[in-house]
Write a protein that binds this ligand. Structure first.
Ligand code: HEC
Length: 263
């Protein structure tokens, strides 16, 4: 290969990387700066958003979710427990929505222990139903923040299924102080002394999903009735200059770093 060719390759590779960076940056800016425009503005778009909602029974939803967990795991189960019912009661666009596509949310996304699929699923549902924050309402974002905080602070699993799949039905409960699968499951395993593969751990996660489906339906029902009031109190990016969770010291110890501030 001639020297010029190599240089040329390097340059184009560099600019490709810069290009990718620029896209990532503008996406981040769009997220934090609110410069998104409603999808309807795009020419010829047939997108329909937000999606219609009718009130659901939280108990029935939780029961469906508990059973669905054993088929599609946490994220898919939360989505299916709600959209499955709306498919019956409303029809389209729920009929065309491929809930099973969200099975990848399991294990904090394909086992990587990042966000637990239960709040991820609940937030997908809430934001499809409530619609873009740029069109006025911030409720989709607020319900998501409520779910993240509630999940982190709840003594999980909150919901007890009518017919448990394990014997004895009672299981250990823990507070994760985090929406991360790794931390949520890890604290529960430490407290219970049971492995990831145990029937109890699986049932615990099925119940966590059911608890989250129950909670998001409660919030959506309130929102439907015009009674919804946000309860979340934590805004990491504006308060700390970095995205994150509230329990800084749990990971950083006494030495919590300060984020560089914009000049
Ligand atoms: C789930 C664990 C976790 C939590 C909770 C957490 N952090 Fe971090 N944070 C990390 C890790 C891991 C890094 C990257 C490694 C490093 O540099 O410490 C990091 C990096 C940072 C950085 C940038 C890099 C640096 O070290 O200066 C800042 C600033 C920061 N965290 C602040 C906070 C603040 C403020 C909070 C609470 C609002 C918080 N973090 C909560 C795990 C966490």
């Amino acid at each position: 290969m001639k020297m010029e060719d190599k240089d040329c390759k390097d340059v184009s590779r560099r600019s490709m990387l810069i290009g990718a960076g620029a896209i990532a940056t503008s996406a981040a800016l769009a997220h934090f700066g609110g410069v998104l425009r409603p999808a309807q503005a795009k020419g010829g778009s047939t997108e329909k958003w937000p999606w219609p909602y009718v009130k659901l029974d939280p108990v029935k939803t939780a029961e469906i979710c508990y059973e669905e967990w054993y088929r599609v795991f946490c994220g898919g189960a939360v989505i299916n427990s709600i959209f499955g019912q709306l498919r019956e009661k409303v029809g389209e666009p729920y009929t065309s929505f491929p809930s099973d596509a969200f099975t990848f949310l399991e294990g904090g996304q394909v086992g990587w222990g990042t966000i637990c699929g239960s709040p991820a699923g609940a937030n997908i549902v809430a934001n499809l139903i409530i619609g873009p924050r740029i069109a006025g309402s911030q409720d989709g974002h607020h319900i998501s923040a409520d779910i993240m905080q509630w999940y982190s602070e709840a003594n999980m699993p909150v919901y007890e299924p009518k017919k448990a799949r394990i014997e004895p039905a009672k299981i250990v409960k823990t507070i994760s102080q985090s929406p991360l699968c790794h931390i949520s499951v890890g604290k529960w395993m430490k407290e219970s002394g049971l492995s990831l593969k145990s029937a109890e751990r699986k049932d615990r996660c099925a119940r966590v999903a059911a608890s989250t489906a129950y909670r998001v339906v409660e919030l959506l029902n309130d929102w439907h009735d015009g009674k919804y009031e946000p309860t979340n109190t934590f805004k990491s990016s504006s308060e700390n200059g970095i995205t994150g969770q509230f329990n800084c010291m749990e990971c950083h110890g006494d030495d919590v770093p300060t984020a560089p501030q914009a000049s």
